[in-house]
Design a protein around this ligand. Structure first.
Ligand code: UDP
Length: 442
């Protein structure tokens, strides 16, 4: 049976780091003749209303039980549990009403329950994974035999684990959910459910926001269990310019590769003492910087003792168009929390990184940046869990002065571009996915 215009329901988690790449994937599908219904949590409805749906795409919402605006800074366990229970119910109601429309459902990281509901309605589903392929391998092996060994040894400072397709991983390189004491039981359970849901198919296809040459070992190592398909980089084009030009104009006044860009993504926040050390490190590094301090996250520039000096040397903004900033020629380094989008955006823009991972997958991403892709270094905490100013200055100088790191960064930039160009690996992988949607054998 052929579907002249396949209809996909794309269901995504409500954080910025998931909505951005899934919207990008939706646009790619639309450009290939697919009609997409883009579904996310109802608590983002106000924000989504500000982004008019591109042609060929319509918005829908599942309930996450949260009547106010989406905020993940609170209790992630509760949020994920409520998203699952309310979401399951409202997705069932939605599909009972409109399910026959859809050729296929694409569901994203943190929403394995969507695949369960899709099965109830006999609609084929595919996971779109928003962390590197390496992470899916780690979760797979963790739940398929490594859990006990990791849990038993994690407090041994010399411990490291070797999993197929991955470099040896020490405690700080593993997803934070494996590291006790962890209050994050529900996220761990959610990743377990992902693996269980995938187990219901033989060698399921998983679309991954990576590209084949970025993680060849991880993709190969998964071959026996999963068919991992690189469809990235999924990110807005740097030419989709933001309306806010202030920082872009400021960047244009700075010499090439001179500016340090600092951001911790859309969710993480730093403690006050850590903010002070970061300010110290930036001032001592003596270079211009663009620092995103999200006022909604509980951080504020007003509280910083050196606010006036900071604003003489750099610029502090509450938000910026990151992809555009990273692609500006005056940006020479990204001090990042290593969320996967930020890491990937930096790789794609050829910008070296100083990494300061906080939680979730960020420690693993940082390990890959330093030891596999060789495009950055990781900050080291002192004995009481703070990264001091001198360490920040040391790492910034090391990265900005390293010709080798810069060359590697440029290499990954070129390879990422090739992957999405006509004939590139991600381009071909997406074409093949669309072809399958069009020629659905059912
Ligand atoms: N971002 C942005 N402007 C900012 C800070 C972040 O556009 O000032 C975007 C960034 O480009 C990325 C996303 O927010 O696409 C953050 O995702 P990531 O996976 O890096 O981190 P998370 O927010 O999920 O921790």
């Amino acid at each position: 049976m052929t579907h002249p215009r396949p209809q996909v329901l794309l269901v995504t988690f409500a954080s910025q780091g998931h909505i951005n790449p899934s919207l990008q994937f939706a646009k790619t599908l639309i450009n290939n003749g697919v009609h997409v219904t883009f579904m996310t949590a109802s608590s983002t409805m106000h924000q989504m209303a500000k982004t008019p749906a591109p042609q060929g795409l319509s918005y829908a919402y599942f309930s996450d039980g949260n009547e106010s605006v989406f905020q993940l800074t609170g209790d992630i366990n509760r949020y994920l549990s409520e998203t699952k229970s309310h979401g399951t119910q409202s997705l069932r109601e939605f599909l009972a009403d409109q399910g026959t429309l859809f050729t296929s459902i694409v569901y994203c990281t943190l929403l394995p329950w969507v695949a369960t509901v899709a099965r109830e309605f006999n609609i084929p589903s595919t996971l779109l994974w928003f962390q590197p392929a390496s992470l899916l391998n780690i979760f797979y092996h963790y739940f398929k035999g490594y859990e006990e060994m990791i849990t038993k040894n994690i407090d041994d400072p010399t411990f490291s684990v070797k999993m197929p397709g991955l470099p040896p991983l020490s405690r700080r390189d593993l997803p934070s959910f494996f590291i006790p004491p962890t209050p994050h039981v529900v996220p761990l359970q959610t990743f377990k459910e992902h693996v269980q849901v995938l187990d219901q198919q033989t060698k399921p296809r998983v679309l991954v926001n990576t590209f084949d040459l970025l993680e060849p070992q991880a993709i190969k190592a998964a071959e026996n269990c999963y068919n991992l398909i690189g469809v990235g980089p999924l990110m807005p084009s740097a030419f989709e310019a933001s309306k806010e030009r202030r920082e872009m104009e400021w960047l244009s006044t700075k010499p090439e590769r001179s500016v340090i860009y600092v951001s911790f993504g859309s969710l993480s926040t730093l403690a006050k003492a850590q903010m002070e050390e970061l300010a110290k490190g930036l001032l001592e590094a003596g270079r211009p910087f663009l620092w995103v301090i999200r006022e909604s996250g509980g951080e504020e520039k007003e509280g910083l003792s050196s606010q006036r000096e900071l604003e003489k040397q750099g610029m502090i903004v509450p938000w910026c168009s990151q992809v555009e900033v990273l692609s500006h020629p005056s940006v020479g380094c990204f001090l990042t929390h290593c969320g996967w989008n930020s890491t990937f955006e930096s790789l794609v823009s050829g910008v070296p990184m100083v990494t300061f991972p906080q939680w979730v997958d960020q420690g693993t991403n940082s390990k890959l940046v330093r030891d596999v892709w060789n495009t950055g270094v990781r900050l080291t905490e002192n004995g009481v869990g703070i990264v001091e100013g001198y360490e920040i200055k040391r790492c910034l100088e090391m990265v900005m002065g390293s010709e080798e790191i810069r060359k590697n960064a440029m290499k990954w930039k070129d390879l990422a571009k090739e992957a999405v160009q006509k004939g590139g690996s991600s381009y071909k992988n997406i074409q093949a996915f669309v072809e399958e949607l069009t020629n659905d054998p059912s």
